[in-house]
Design a protein around this ligand. Structure first.
Ligand SMILES: O=P(O)(O)OC[C@H]1O[C@H](O)[C@H](O)[C@@H](O)[C@@H]1O
Length: 550
């Protein structure tokens, strides 16, 4: 069954999308199409003209938005209602950047007050490290900060820190460790001095195996260098919603930065989880990041659907997923600094909308969150663009390009931009058999060769994409860009009537993992699982026996 049958506009939308002319025809019919379907907001420009849409499509999108009750549901989020109903929580990451009314309260506490107090605490912390006032256990100033976290406690801070390298203050060096693979931490610690290294244990739950194990190993590293248990307070701070657990680990309460249940992990970079960002770029730039997101919030809550950047991207995506069979979406940042953006949006989108049941618990009968993937351009052109151009599946793409680079290097930026623009152009216009034959004849091939080769050079075209531009990658434009994707995910989740803010799907693997770990570490334990898992455990045990003790 095509489409979203719960909505009255479904059949009209499905029929309309089937009847739409191809992109080349739409561009031929309307010479000003590029301009007509471009939109500015919060320092970004969205060129959505290379999508399967026209004015009638936009009208149907507006009907779908209306029938999905988007406006009221968005307002409910900003008002602090417990829209994350399976966990009974509000969803107020927008409060972290000042986009929520000052009277909004959760559990009797004004969220805006919590936010401003935490920002002040962050500023004091950053300043103390910048001024060399925070001393390690031998009295030396801290030079390196390692943020230990995973998922939402890692991906957001890492992508923002990387993307804003031109804004680094270089007062302390900021590092990230996420994976439980010992190589990640060992590799990082190898280059650091325990006397001048401080760790941030970033974990909303303070219960994530990877983060706790890495923090314990970091603690051992400090102790091996001569630090006492009391000294740990000089080398650890925590960002968590569970201060008692942090204190039990040995982190002083005054060194804990709060997180709250009304901020989801994948929406938390704007909170104290963003402490490593603030250390890297300075508090003023961190505030600018928040300001950019706030600008996008303001646009999102005030612009009509037909001129609402996040809503348009969401509805265009829904039209491909639910009416044209797309199951993935490519993010193609033409900016080396944004190379980790696809990985960030993977968690944001796939952990939010990779769901199979509606808010009421009934099974969903249509596709929901797409697989998000991608890589920096132009690297992707030499890796997977072949499939985008000639493969058999519809993969909508978002091209992202700053119009100006921070790095003035000859013609490099013009060449990067030309590739970015040409790729979306090629996806849209393709190459017909006649065009391919003409080129081969032009090259002097005989008819037999032309007949044999031309079909392999045909590109169907009519493949949709968005192009997002900003003048430059700055804290402000990056904040707006990330908020744009947050709101796109929200709108799609609302249209699919699912809960974008829980993540029950990650629980089973964790539970099973603990049982397997026991059998890996205690070889006397019976192999009483399925034959595949038993076999895998047996192989691991054999290798361990070959290599000595665990
Ligand atoms: O911040 P923590 O509580 O350590 O959680 C870290 C991550 O753990 C899980 O993977 C959740 O699915 C993520 O949403 C979360 O960001």
């Amino acid at each position: 069954m095509t489409g979203l049958t719960r909505y009255p506009c479904n059949d009209a939308l499905a029929q309309h999308l089937d009847d739409l002319p191809d992109l080349k025809t739409l561009f031929r019919q309307d010479p000003s199409r590029g301009e007509r379907y471009s939109l500015d907001a919060a320092g970004l420009t969205l060129d959505y003209s290379k999508n399967h849409l026209n004015e009638q499509t936009l009208a149907l999108f507006a009907r779908l938005a209306e029938e999905a009750g988007l406006e009221g549901k968005i307002k409910a989020m900003f008002k602090g209602q417990p829209i994350n109903h399976t966990e009974g929580r509000a969803v107020l990451h927008c409060a972290l950047r000042g986009s929520v009314d000052s009277d909004v309260m959760v559990d009797g506490v004004k969220v805006s007050q919590e936010v401003s107090q935490t920002l002040a605490k962050m500023a004091t912390f950053v300043d103390s490290l910048y001024q060399g006032r925070w001393l390690g256990f031998t009295g030396k100033a801290i030079t390196d900060v390692v943020s230990i976290g995973i998922g939402g406690s890692f991906l957001g801070p890492k992508i923002v820190t990387e993307a804003l390298k031109p804004f680094w203050q270089r007062k302390v060096a900021v590092h990230y460790v996420a994976n439980i693979d010992g190589a990640a931490l060992a590799d990082k610690l190898a280059g650091l001095d325990p006397q001048t290294t401080l760790f941030i244990t970033a974990s909303k739950s303070f219960g994530t195996q990877e983060t706790l194990s890495n923090s314990e190993s970091a603690r051992d590293w400090l102790k091996a260098a001569g630090a006492s248990f009391e000294d740990l307070a000089k080398h650890f701070v925590a960002v968590t919603a569970n201060v008692p657990k942090a204190e039990a680990f040995g982190i002083a309460a005054q060194n804990c930065f709060p997180m709250w249940d009304w901020v989801g992990g994948r929406y938390s970079l704007w909170s104290a989880i963003g402490l490593p960002i603030a250390l890297a770029i300075g508090m003023a730039n961190f505030e600018a990041l928040l300001a950019g997101a706030r600008d996008m919030d303001q646009h999102f809550v005030s612009a009509p659907i037909s001129a609402n950047m996040p809503a348009l991207m969401a509805l265009i995506g829904v039209s491909y997923i639910n009416y044209q069979g797309a199951s993935s979406h490519a993010l193609l940042p033409y900016d080396h600094g944004l190379r980790a953006l696809p990985g960030y949006v993977q968690q944001l989108d796939m952990e939010s909308n990779g769901k199979g049941c509606h808010q009421d618990g009934s099974a969903i009968s249509h596709l929901t969150g797409p697989v998000i993937w991608g890589a920096e351009g132009t690297n992707g052109q030499h890796a997977f663009h072949q499939l985008l151009h000639q493969g058999k599946q519809l993969i909508p793409a978002d091209f992202i390009l700053p119009l100006e680079s921070h790095y003035k290097l000859g013609r490099h930026h013009a060449m990067l931009a030309s590739n970015c623009f040409a790729q979306s152009q090629a996806l849209m216009q393709g190459k017909t058999l006649a065009e391919a034959q003409g080129e081969l004849r032009q090259a002097g091939l005989g008819e037999a060769e032309v007949a044999a080769l031309a079909p392999h050079k045909v590109m169907p075209g009519n493949r949709p994409s968005n192009t997002l531009l900003m003048d430059k990658v700055t804290p402000q434009t990056l904040g707006a860009l990330i908020a744009l994707y947050e709101h796109k995910v929200l709108v799609q989740g609302l249209i699919w009537d699912l809960n974008s803010f829980d993540q029950w799907g990650v629980e089973l693997g964790k539970v099973l993992g603990n049982a397997v770990l026991d059998k890996l570490e205690d070889q006397s334990q019976p192999l009483d699982l399925d034959s595949s898992t038993n076999g895998l455990i047996a192989r691991f045990r054999q290798q361990q026996q070959k290599g000595g003790a665990l």
